[in-house]
Design a protein around this ligand. Structure first.
Ligand code: CA
Length: 243
């Protein structure tokens, strides 16, 4: 593992890029149809036909929304949904199912699904539901909107952080990381997801670089970088922003 801070050369990441949708569904024809329609709508699409692999993709790739089949070869969609909820409480989940019984719908919503469609459904309707969920997500920050974190005000346009009258310059990546953490304030964001979304790289090789990067950022944003109150380390996982 490299201990070097991440610098240039890794490309601009996905934080300002396309929204990413994870499809966990084992019917190839349905996945193909959904992928085509969603890519046409401008979404990036990941997919898995297995519940376990889907959960791994969720952890590693940090999708913005999950389409989850209820009947998977290796898992029950309800339990997969519960698992998603326990680690990623705010990622929207839409359940896809052939069942139409009211009890299943209620159970799906009980385990934390945000919405529910019954097969066969129209792809157009599903896309409309996905867009509706994104519109009502509670935190969507415009690219140039100021972000307030504790006593610090971040101006993404000027790449500046002002705290108690002191102005610090922020790099592009620092602004993007603060924006990502801010959009997900109060919930853990994994190092892998940070790497993937901010730097556009996946894998575990350079997750320690994220730590080095956060150490520097804390010096700008925290009252005492050694005892952070805003960018909190979640041991073994990543970071959580406390506003
Ligand atoms: Ca199925």
């Amino acid at each position: 593992m490299s201990g070097q801070p991440i610098s240039s050369g890794l490309g601009l990441g996905g934080a300002a890029g396309r929204r990413r949708i994870l499809i966990i569904e084992d019917e190839p024809d349905l996945v193909r149809g959904l992928r085509d329609a969603l890519e046409f709508e401008g979404f990036e699409v990941l997919s898995s036909g297995l519940g376990r692999e889907g959960v791994r993709l969720l952890r590693e790739r940090g999708p913005d929304l999950v389409l989850l089949d209820l009947m998977l070869p290796d898992a029950n969609g309800f339990s997969v949904c519960e698992e998603i909820r326990s680690t990623h409480p705010l990622v929207p989940v839409i359940m896809l199912t052939a069942r139409s019984q009211e009890t299943d719908k209620i159970r799906g919503l009980d385990v934390g699904a945000d919405d529910y469609v019954t097969k066969p459904f129209s792809v157009g309707e599903l896309v409309a539901r996905i867009n509706a969920i994104f519109r009502r997500l509670h935190r969507v920050v415009a690219p140039n909107e100021e972000i307030q974190i504790g006593a610090a005000t971040i101006d993404p346009r000027k790449h500046e952080l002002t705290r108690k009258g002191k102005v610090s310059a922020l790099s592009f990546y620092e602004v993007e990381l603060l924006r990502l953490l801010w959009e997900r304030a109060g919930q853990p964001v994994t190092r892998e997801e940070i790497l993937e979304k901010i730097w556009g790289v996946s894998g575990h090789a350079t997750t320690r670089s994220v730590d080095n990067f956060v150490v520097k950022l804390r010096k700008k944003i925290e009252e005492n970088a050694a005892k952070p109150h805003h960018i909190i380390t979640i041991y073994g996982t990543g970071y959580k922003l406390v506003l």
